[in-house]
Design a protein around this ligand. Structure first.
Ligand SMILES: CC(C)(COP(=O)(O)OP(=O)(O)OC[C@H]1O[C@@H](n2cnc3c(N)ncnc32)[C@H](O)[C@@H]1OP(=O)(O)O)[C@@H](O)C(=O)NCCC(=O)NCCS
Length: 166
């Protein structure tokens, strides 16, 4: 699939929730538990931190948004973590394993360097083998496991902490 990776705009809110909400509702990919309204997503885009990076992947042929990835500063209460970003990646379920994630990572790594980040980190559900494989394929390494870090529908799920130096 030929892709254009560009910054997310307010008008992408509807497409983004139409990708994210089925992933949340599936209950097996993310620790996010509650679907987002289009309005809430618009607010999220509007208030996205200036040092954040929010990319969407658009299919050149259909002009449809097929995935997105965002990176936010790890913390803002100290300058000590300014070089660390937290990354999240979501691809429309029916378009997985077609290189969309890979293209998003490429663009985000470049933008992150430009914004002064030196490393990116993320938590991945320990039972999300595909996501872990995707991040490891992009140079992330496993730091460790946070046991029983999430409780989803009454069931504990471990989370794997990963990082990648840029
Ligand atoms: C995880 C996710 C973002 C990966 O994006 P993607 O577009 O499917 O990944 P890509 O096609 O770019 O794959 C890149 C590489 O990652 C690895 N990979 C991706 N999916 C994999 C899978 N199911 N099994 C094994 N390796 C996988 C492979 O090395 C792959 O390269 P290859 O296809 O040339 O072998 C996507 O599957 C997704 O959004 N899943 C649902 C939501 C989710 O789990 N988000 C992450 C929350 S932490």
């Amino acid at each position: 699939m030929d892709l254009l990776i560009r910054e997310a705009q307010l008008e992408d809110a509807e497409a983004i929730v139409s990708i994210l909400n089925p992933i949340i509702k599936a209950g097996v990919y993310t620790a996010l538990s509650t679907p987002f309204s289009v309005e809430a997503e618009r607010e999220f885009i509007l208030n996205f931190p200036p040092r954040g990076i929010f990319h969407v992947a658009v299919c050149e042929h259909t002009q449809k948004v097929v995935g997105f990835q965002n990176t936010e500063p790890f913390a803002t209460y100290t300058r000590a973590f300014d070089h660390v970003g937290v990354i999240g990646t979501y691809v429309e379920l029916c378009y997985r394993r077609q290189g969309i994630g890979r293209s998003l990572f490429q663009a985000t790594f470049e933008a992150a360097l430009g914004k002064g980040y030196e490393k990116l980190s993320a938590f991945v559900r320990a039972d999300n083998i595909a996501s872990l494989a995707a991040y490891l394929s992009q140079g992330f390494r496993i730091i460790g496991t946070a046991h029983r870090q999430a409780k989803i529908n009454g069931k504990y799920v471990d989370e794997i902490l990963i990082e990648r130096f840029l």
